[in-house]
Every structure is written in structure tokens, then in C-alpha cells.
Design a protein around this ligand. Sequence first.
Ligand code: ZN
Ligand code: ZN
Ligand code: ZN
Length: 548
Amino acid sequence: MKKALCFFLFLFVFHLQAQERPKLVVGIVVDQMKMDYLYRFSNDFTNDGFKRLMDNGYVFHNMNYNYMPTFTAPGHASIYTGTTPSVHGIVGNDWFSRKLGKEIYCTDDASVKTIGDGTKAEGEMSPKKLLTTTITDELRLATNFKGKVIGMSLKDRGAILPAGHFANWAFWYSKTGAFVSSTFYGEKLPDWVTEFNNEKHFMTYINKGWDLLKPLETYNESLADENPYEGKLNGANPVFPYNLKEMLEKKNAEILRATPFGNDLLLELAKKAIENEELGKDNITDFLAVSFSSTDYVGHNLGPRSMEIQDTYLRLDLTLADFLNYLDKMVGKGNYLVFLTADHAGAENPLYLKDKKYNVDNVFPKDILKGLKKFSVETFGEDLVLNCSNFNLHFNKDLIKAKSLELSKVKQAFKEYLMTQDQVKRVYTEEEILASNGADFYLNCIAKGYDATEDGDMVILNKPGYIDHFIATGTDHGTPYSYDTHVPLLFYGWNVPKGETHDHKDITQIAPTLAQKLKITFPNGTEGKVLLEVLDTNPNMINKKTTK
Ligand code: ZN
Ligand code: ZN
Ligand code: ZN
């Protein structure tokens, strides 16, 4: 009798305490974050940032992109829609559109206008090219549009795509140093954003400059500060300390992007959003999507082995710690759900590998295009190449028709030519890509990243280690190889068990997992493969899973 009473009392109390949904979901994307940064810099991290998430949450050690091209816009779209570019339609940051016959940008939208202190072009942006719903869209639908959704990033695409079609707001950084938005979201910026912009917070960081956070000997996981694989940083030599005031005077507030302080400025805005929009205050779940981009800018310019990238991650660790403390204070420990991942990873610098006697190199798109055009004129008497970018080759089909050439023969000839090039691994035609049955791993990655209404007539796959690059220093990304696809995934907070797994997982599993956790509809393009590890909150089951 007593036992039964205790049991019912337990159920009653449990019912009172258990929320069906978290008050707030915080999605964190770290642009160009490689999984191995969590290991490589771990001795220098505090216990309160990345390690707080890892030690008290769930670590997916083997999370991977499952398509090519691994760029920022497709990455963010795939995380939030739970599907790949072949379905959600975001096949690049910018791409040559088969439908329109011109280069387009992923979030371009001439029907809307900039709001806030930005240029005309900076705010002509919306998620209209995104063909499927996001997890944030489904939350809006599920809460009758009462749960708020806000996306923010230094990059327009990093803010707009995660926030989805029904977002309350998306904010991104202008070269004026202000955060801007577009009339897609509202007629004018919320007052708290305007106030934040007027206070010119970015200048605090500019005035301080950028020096190493810790003593020089801490950076023994990186190459020397000045090394031949680093490019210039906004015109400055790649050596600490950086005089940001001088850099600002030569350019504009954009220079903050390629410093760790772009992330700090974004966190300041995130805190203001939580406070002023009352995110996580009532019991209707809100969603804040934050994408930290400075890591990508620093990576591109200086490479994954630079002291600058290490310093950027050591500082991001502090930024995260600050963010989590703020969430504890404002939303309450256990009331919010966090996930942290990346939109793609990044390659080693090819010159560095080459110096270590690995036979790889940079590939310059300009040279590839020149070679293709020359081959075309020599073989067919005409330049049949309409465009070659993002690994996609488009032919001038009107010209092929006018010359009474057979498209299949043209394709075959170009394929044979491309296969003679050092860097080329395989070349696939549209027909081969659409017929992919999943058996060829890399063809399957290409098929999942390919939208036949937009993409090229052929897709070129380079050999591993080669980078399609505009400059020889720093790094890039885009391939289906593990250095570009292997990213972290950390879950933490509301109903997230402690644990870790080394099972192979796909990036498209995040959104449907969130949908199941929130008990809402799947985003409409997802196959619905979920991460059981963070859904099964029975501790006995979890122990069994993590030991296999
Ligand atoms: Zn990116
Ligand atoms: Zn350096
Ligand atoms: Zn990038």
C-alpha cells in the first residue's frame, strides 16, 4: 500500500516537472568546423564551453555529410531540412542555373528590400529558393505560429536558411557593422536591433585588436605563426598581433568577419534576442538558430593548421561558455535543448601536403575553364562550354543543336578529355547521376547533391586532396571526401542523455531527430532516419547502446 502511494506520488511529481517540450531549442552551427578540432585543441579548452557539451551531453564522433557539394548554403539547408540538395534545391552558395541560364545566389530575392543600415544588395534576400520545409518551419506550424523562430549569423545564408520560410526574423551582418534584415520578415527592424546597431558594438573589438589569447607555447598544435600556407588577412601579413583599426580604415567593418570577434558580436546579438523577444520564457517552444561564421573566414584565409584558427577556436570556446551560462540564467538549466554541428569541414592545404611529399595540388577553376574551351574549339570548332563552376559543367545546347552535334557524343568527348587531367578522378553525366542506385559511394554523394532542374550536364569529381581553389594558400571545401564531410554533432540539455557513439551518422538525421524530440511533424523532404541515441532517454537502454 505504502509502496503504491509512493509510486503514484512519484508519477504526480514527475508529471509536474516533466515538460513535453523544451522552452527553447538553440541550434548552433560552427562554419567549417572539422570534427578533429574537438580533439586537437581539447587540452586548451575550458570545462565550460565545448567540454561542457561533450561531458554532459551526447557526442556523435562520426557525423558526416552525405553529398557533394559541401558548401555553406547546402550545409545549413541540409541540417535544418533533414534532406540533401537534390531535394531541398540549395545546390550551392551561388550556382549557374540551368533553368535561368545565369549565375544566381542561394538567397537572392529581388522582390524584397534591405531593412536597417545596409546596402541595397545586402538585404535583397529571402528563403524563397529553399524548396522544402525546415524543422523551424514545422515548429511554427505545430505551435500555430506562437513559438518564435529567429535565425542569425554574420552570413545572410547562415541566418536565412536555418530560420526557414515562416521565421519571425533573420539577421545578418553588413559591411557597415550593423545587423540587417529584409522586408521578407517585416517592414522595419525591431527597436532592440536598431538600438544595438546604434551602439556600434563592433568598434569595441576593432579598438582592442587581435592578439593571441594564451602564451605562444600553448599553440604547439599549430604551425608557426608565419608559414607559407597562410594567405593575407584583409591585406595584413598573417602574423600576430593584428591591428584591426588599421585594417578597418583600409577596408570597412567587414574585416571583423575574419576575426574571432565576429562570433562574439553575434553572441551579443543572440543575448539581446533572448532578452527582448523573450525566447524560452513561456511554455511554447521557441527556436534560436545561431551560425558562427568567423571560423570559416579565418579557415579560408589561413588554413586549418594556422595559429589563427587555433586561437579562433580557443576564443569560441569562451564564447560558448558565456552563451551556456546566459541560457542557464535566462531560460534555466534543463529547460533548453542545444545542438552544435558544422555546415561542412575543410581540407588540408595542398601545398603543405605536397611539401610533405604527397602528390596533390591546387586546382584553379580559371585554368580548368581555359582548358575546356580550348579543347572544345579544337575538337568541335566552337566553344560549347556555357559554364564550369561548383564541379558542374554546362554546355551551350542551342549551339550544339545549331551545329547538328549529338549531345551524347559531346559529353563522351569532354569526359575523355577531362579524364586526362591530373586532378580528375571521375566524370559523371546527368544520365549516370540520375541512374545512381547507391552502390557507388561517390556517385551517390553526387546524386544527393544534384538537382537536374538547376545543375550541369556533367559533374567532375577531383581526386582526394586536390582543392578547387582561387588562391594557393589557406583552405577550401566542397568535395565528398572525409576532410570536408566529417563534422561534430553534440546534443546537450533538455532530455539529452550523457553518452557517445562512433556509429556512422548522416547530417540529414538531425532535423527528423529534433522533430521526434519535439513531437512535431517531420520537415517535408526528409527520409526520417533519426538518431535513437538522443531519443531514448531510458538510462539502461542508453548504457547498452554506448557500449556496442
Ligand atoms: Zn560554411
Ligand atoms: Zn599566422
Ligand atoms: Zn567556406
